[in-house]
Ligand binder design. Sequence first.
Ligand code: ADP
Length: 548
Amino acid sequence: MPPHILIVDDEPDLELLIRQKFRHQIRDGKYRFSFAGNGVEALEMLKQENDYDMILTDLNMPEMDGLTLLSNIKFLDGQYKAVVVSAYGDLDNIRNAMNLGAFDFITKPINFSDLEKTIEKTLVEVEVIRKGMQAREQLQKAIHDKEIAEIERQKAEEAKKHERQFLANMSHEIRTPMNAIIGMTKLLMNISTEYRQLKYIKGIKDSAENLLAIINDILDLSKIESGKIKIEHIPFSINDTLELVITTLKHKADEKGLTLSSKIDPSVPSGIKGDPVRLYQVLMNLVGNAIKFTERGHVNINVITAGHSDGQIPIRFDVSDTGIGISEENLSKIFEKFTQASSDTTRKFGGTGLGLTISKQLIEIQKGLITVWSRPGEGSVFSFTIPYLETVETPVEKGTDIPSPNTLNLIKDKRVLIVEDNAFNQIVAVDSIHEIIPDMPLDLAENGRIAVEMHQKNNYDLIIMDIQMPEMDGFQASQKIRKELPSPLSAVPIIAMTASVTREEVEDCFEAGMDEFVAKPFNQAELISKMSRLLLNENPKQNKYEHH
Ligand code: ADP
């Protein structure tokens, strides 16, 4: 639209004159003119439409003069400039008009070529002002957007923090009672002799373990998705990990009459650096699935080196079975969350449909890749490759076997304090230790504060410490022992025992001065072997979670 100019004058001929003088410009769409006979009329027009770019107003008019008009239009929000027409030499009025915001003046009688120059000048000024205002608005908007983004970021961070805390709590809250259930069921199994009782107890134990596995899956997935899983780079033996998988799953294969075999190519080095726990998890899932979905034939694990470059050794694992296979259309879906190939899978085979999602993500955060080949009725091959690092270091001895009777004899009189607030877990811990070392003197403390006091009185040889407890938690108690108690009290070995196994918490344990860590539900052999190592001082404090 051409610039819109409002002429305010009580001189009736002016409209005709202007239309006549500017007829070319009007025809060419350079300007648009509107006319008002006095200030009141002009104000009305300005209020109704705010597309004016310039106002040219006389000063002496009936009803409302030009100065009053100027002082009124200040309250309107149009973006225009006013120019006054004044008698030559009327300096007072010109000054007043300028003070009221007029941009320029022209003198009477109006010279039309002067008027056109003034119009041009004024319109340029209006344009400049508008651009400036636009820029200012944009700037303000940018600042505002940035502030909003910052608030959003803080909110997201806060939410993430809560999520992490929630996960740690959940994992603790769920695993603590599960630990008690599984632990006590195992103890009950050991003392039961009646066949039917044993059968039921075994049922409870198996179901509880299944439930724990599902809970672990869900917690794992949320940990991966919140970016909480960190990958270890420690020396380990693929052979050991594979053996562990086979030992754990062998009975399941045997039950179904399947052969479970594995072959490691000689090109695979005996020690590499990476994350054994994650490899174990992925293999357990793939091999577990292979056994689950195969009725007859075999399940085989094949391990081979897939190239070698820059200190990196990509290792490929093929898990193949002769099972039911997966149809082509389902192949693309099975890695999705909660997805199973057919809707009756859960009914027939159980499972949550999370295993492959977790495996895929675990492989990918190790910079690896997983693929699958399958044909219905023939079987499936899940192949994944993980780039491990070369190393000359020897894998850390896991040593989770129950120590020899000789060793047990050496530690049987050591005095141990168990710090645990949950009464059921106290029983599990005490009975699990007493089952293997019946006479070991064990004391109980139900929180960190009581533990520190008891240790001051009794100078224990070892403390097994829960983390989350009322009054004083395991971190605080350990720090207090290490920093505030005199030697030798301050040097007592401490094993952290907790249901929450996030890496952060493990790190916090070592930071608080603890020497070892067992995750609940704990493995009896692992607990006893760690106790014996610390009691016999065989394991100088080492942080095996350190990054290499
Ligand atoms: P879940 O085993 O808990 O159902 P997964 O994510 O491990 O969940 O597997 C998803 C689905 O992929 C399974 O439900 C099954 O339909 C299919 N699947 C996985 N592995 C195999 C296999 N070896 N043979 C046939 N189908 C399989």
